[in-house]
Design a protein around this ligand. Structure first.
Ligand code: SAH
Length: 550
């Protein structure tokens, strides 16, 4: 009889969660090889099989024994808890065979029988924590260098994976989980939900729902799997839940969805997708190239070009038809659409020139409108089928031109009429790099040039106050409503040359992690930390009985 090895994953450890095929395989074989505790767990399936029990650390000798018996013609079942291919025996069996010169067509034959791995069984006891991209990391450094494990923890933390930590701690390995928590805290909120599941579906099953900051206050051992939520994971009572997507396309409390089934996959309804990013990047590049080549055009900075390209993309006025002359550009005709654009004479400069006012008036004429906004900008609204020439005229009049809508807006003071000139380049750079970027909900960055902060930077979503070559940073102002409140000071004295990069990091985390339409202060409160700055709850007001001193 030809020998055979069946590598069997028997699931978390109770009879009901062993698959039918795994049960069959165990009964079909005449030798069972496994770690003592595992053999006890499947005792009910044993009849006449010979049992080779081994201790915990003898994985290699178990694999060698299995191969030896199979080569002798035996039907051998090698049993692993969970799935045999996840930190189990499957790979090891192949490694031992390959070492002997074995090929898949050779005897003994090998069958790998899948089982329910701890990440799945433990998740099911917690709720639905691994609904989104997840990874497993074993913290055991017996066979893997700690430096590599650490790198994986950092990468997974940065990439916002839900993480299942296997082999988190043992009698001798106690520091690994502590270092892991420290790494995770650098990238995730201390309030991130963490589930600890010990002995899932076994007699001593024990489930703890905790948070990243408190996880080490609980018992974590050899039989625990630690599941760390991503930045969107939340608790609903005892349930740990990770939403299905970062960007919800569904309105969960409506019977009728705002997108019909056929519309859900349209590129404009998935602006976060690679397809959308690619196409809008391509269109912007084409536009930028086309604009550079346009004859008679005055030189524009890359940022101005990008702004203009963005504007045209956003007004859907981006179809370019190149004529036979490579340098000529035409905008494809389209029906007159409402075109909206915001302008300002400068970032620090608040003075409109006569030419600029005339330009606005002329563009608006009797059909259009000019609004002044609370954002230190004028908004021009008009019907046009040629938004490009509108933008051209605004730029020629010396305006800064920005898209309107859910974008980043930089609101700076006038730096005492330009007298406090040192911080002005930073405010301009912020406007150039971040102004007009799309965000889940309109966001204001206030920049003030001295500690007087008379333009109220601390009352914005994000406030920056310049003092002696450094910036103080304020985050999470609630700018509207009855419960409006100022942003909280997060840091004092950030070197000015670091401020732009830091702001880019904050904005990119908001862009990537916020729910649709989630204002910055809500997002900050929900995720608990942005760019390493932690959210602090403000006290809730007392409800007074007496109204107006009555
Ligand atoms: N092959 C197994 C993993 C073996 S590594 C599987 O796929 O699940 C051993 C680790 O698995 C343990 O340290 C623990 O982190 C996890 N584990 C295995 N069974 C478990 C159970 N029933 N409950 C909780 N964690 C378990």
């Amino acid at each position: 009889m030809n020998g055979m090895i069946k590598v069997v994953g028997f699931g978390p450890g109770n009879f009901e969660h062993i698959t039918e095929r795994a049960r069959q395989a165990i009964t079909e074989c005449n030798v069972i090889i496994g770690y003592n505790t595992y053999v006890d767990l499947i005792r009910d399936l044993l009849t006449t099989q010979e049992v080779v029990r081994t201790g915990m650390t003898e994985e290699v000798s178990r694999a060698q024994a299995a191969v030896k018996l199979a080569v002798q013609g035996k039907q051998v079942a090698v049993i692993s808890s969970g799935d045999a291919g996840v930190y189990g025996m499957a790979g090891l069996i192949f490694e031992v065979l390959i070492e002997m010169g074995w090929k898949p067509s050779d005897s003994p034959t090998v069958e790998i029988i899948p089982g329910i791995s701890a990440i799945n069984s433990c998740a099911s006891l917690l709720g639905a924590p691994i609904m989104h991209d997840a990874c497993t990391i074993s913290l055991s450094d017996h066979l893997t260098p700690w430096e590599i494990i650490k790198k994986r923890v950092v990468a997974a933390a940065m990439a916002d994976f839900v993480i299942a930590l296997y082999n988190p701690r043992s009698g001798r390995r106690t520091r690994q989980i502590v270092e892991t928590q420290q790494i995770l805290l650098q990238h995730r909120s201390p309030q991130t939900p963490v589930g600890l599941v010990k002995s899932a579906y076994r007699k001593q099953e024990y489930v703890v729902r905790t948070t990243l900051e408190h996880m080490l206050n609980h018992d974590i051992g050899m039989l625990t799997t630690v599941i760390i939520g991503n930045s969107t994971t939340f608790y609903h009572g005892d349930l740990m839940i990770t939403p299905r997507g970062y960007q919800r396309k569904y309105t969960l409390d409506e019977d009728v969805q705002w997108l019909r089934p056929g519309e859900r996959l349209h590129v404009e309804n998935e602006p976060w997708s690679l397809r959308a990013t690619n196409s809008s990047e391509r269109v912007q590049m084409e536009l930028a190239n086309a604009l550079v080549e346009e004859p008679g055009r005055t030189a524009m900075s890359t940022v101005e070009l990008a702004h203009e390209a963005l504007l045209r993309v956003q007004t859907k006025d981006h179809l370019i038809a190149r004529s036979s002359s490579p340098s000529a550009v035409k905008t494809a005709p389209m029906k007159k659409a409402l075109f909206q654009v915001a302008v300002a004479p400068g970032i620090a400069n608040k003075r409109f020139t006569t030419e600029q006012l005339v330009c606005l008036a002329d563009l608006a004429k009797d059909q259009g409108e000019v609004h002044y906004t609370t954002d230190h900008q004028m908004e021009l609204r008009l019907q046009t089928d040629d938004s490009q020439s509108v933008v051209d005229r605004l730029l020629a009049a010396g305006f800064y031109v920005f898209p309107v809508g859910e974008v980043v807006k930089v609101k700076a003071c006038d730096f005492c009429d330009g007298e406090k000139e040192e911080p002005i380049p930073y405010a301009r750079e912020l406007a150039n790099r971040l102004g007009g970027q799309k965000v889940p909900k309109e966001l204001h960055i206030g920049v003030n040039g001295c500690a007087m902060a008379c333009y109220g930077a601390v009352l914005e979503d994000i406030g920056l106050i310049y003092r002696k070559g450094k910036f103080d940073l304020f985050l999470g102002g609630k700018t509207t409503g009855r419960t409006a409140s100022a942003a909280k000071m997060m840091a004092e004295g950030i070197p000015a040359d670091q401020i732009i990069d830091l702001m880019e990091l904050i904005i990119s985390q908001y862009q990537n992690q916020a729910l649709p339409n989630e204002r910055f202060h809500k997002f900050f409160a929900r995720v608990g930390a942005v760019a390493g700055f932690c959210y602090e709850k403000t006290s809730t007001p007392v409800i007074a009985d007496i109204v107006c001193g009555a």
